[in-house]
Unconditional design. Structure first.
Length: 96
């Protein structure tokens, strides 16, 4: 996030710099599209191998503790895909 903030400062984005231009009366800085996309992708919890869940299932005596790998990959892929689509839709609406 700090590096994306530096990038916005280098771009001279008035909404991010918080100088009053382009913020429509809001106080403080406004996150860029890249910052919002980064945050939403982190929130969507992309996880390839759910190691903690496998360990819990093994600890409690599951017959196949690694049986959740495929459903977990599908679930995280769907949540990440929805996050990306949401960001693209919001970006298009902002530009229109």
């Amino acid at each position: 996030m700090e590096e994306l903030g530096k990038l916005e400062e280098e771009r001279g984005n008035p909404a991010y710099l918080g100088d009053g231009r382009g913020t429509e009366g809001k106080a403080g800085r406004v996150a860029s599209n890249e910052m919002c996309t980064f945050l939403i992708l982190n929130i969507s919890s992309l996880q390839l191998i759910p190691v903690n869940m496998i360990a819990y299932r093994q600890q409690y005596g599951s017959v196949n503790p690694a049986g959740i790998i495929a459903p977990a990959i599908v679930a995280t892929a769907v949540s990440t895909g929805v996050a990306i689509v949401y960001c693209k839709i919001k970006d298009r609406r902002r530009r229109a």
